[in-house]
Design a protein around this ligand. Structure first.
Ligand SMILES: O=P(O)(O)OC[C@H]1O[C@H](OP(=O)(O)OP(=O)(O)O)[C@H](O)[C@@H]1O
Ligand code: HPA
Ligand SMILES: [Mg+2]
Length: 166
């Protein structure tokens, strides 16, 4: 599969790395919620946003966690993003004090759709590519547009041949 990728580079993220980067995201967000009450809820964009959202919610002691389900990719082929499941809007309101969390922003189309449903929410991703950056309020690491990010939940440990074969 890898030789058919349209991306020049690969950025492989381990569980340890995503844990550290998600914690860094939480620390960056700490104290930046609305002055009257801080962050009140986290909305994870499924599925990739769920692991970072759990870590952010844990670090910032936020107990209200909901999800929004958006389907935009089939492997590496992009299609029109569709909202399959919305969060509980009675809790979310217009998004004030709500942190929307995703693993990454690429073209920004997923976030465009999500933002429209919660215009006052704060959008945070762990990784960002340049095209999608305008859709994100806070992120940790930027990678180039021609880089495909591989997450630990999509990978497995495997044997590699020694660099110098016998
Ligand atoms: O900025 P964009 O170009 O819209 O792409 C970013 C989105 O694509 C991936 O999710 P995907 O739709 O593949 O679903 P998944 O999280 O369930 O893997 C990723 O987790 C982001 O949510
Ligand atoms: O670089 C990526 N990695 C994983 N999923 C993605 N969805 C859009 N871009 C990416
Ligand atoms: Mg996703």
């Amino acid at each position: 599969m890898t030789d058919r990728l349209p991306h020049e580079k690969g950025f492989h993220v381990s569980w340890d790395q995503i844990h550290r980067d998600s914690r860094a995201l939480a620390w960056r967000l700490d104290g930046h919620g609305p002055e009257d009450g801080g962050w009140k809820a986290v909305v994870a964009i499924t599925r990739g946003g769920m692991a970072p959202a759990m870590i952010v919610a844990r670090e910032l002691d936020i107990r209200t966690v909901d999800t929004i389900s958006v389907k935009s990719y089939n492997n590496q082929t992009q299609s029109e993003p569709r909202i399959i499941k919305s969060p509980d809007m009675a809790i979310i309101g217009d998004g004030t004090g709500v942190l929307i969390v995703d693993d990454l922003v690429d073209t920004g189309r997923t976030l465009e759709v999500v933002r429209a449903t919660m215009p006052k929410a704060h959008v945070a991703t762990v990784y960002a590519k340049p095209k999608g950056r305008p859709q994100v309020d806070t992120f940790i690491t930027e990678v180039s547009q021609d880089t495909w990010i591989f997450f630990p939940w999509d990978m497995a440990l495997q044997y590699v041949e020694p660099y110098r074969g016998s």
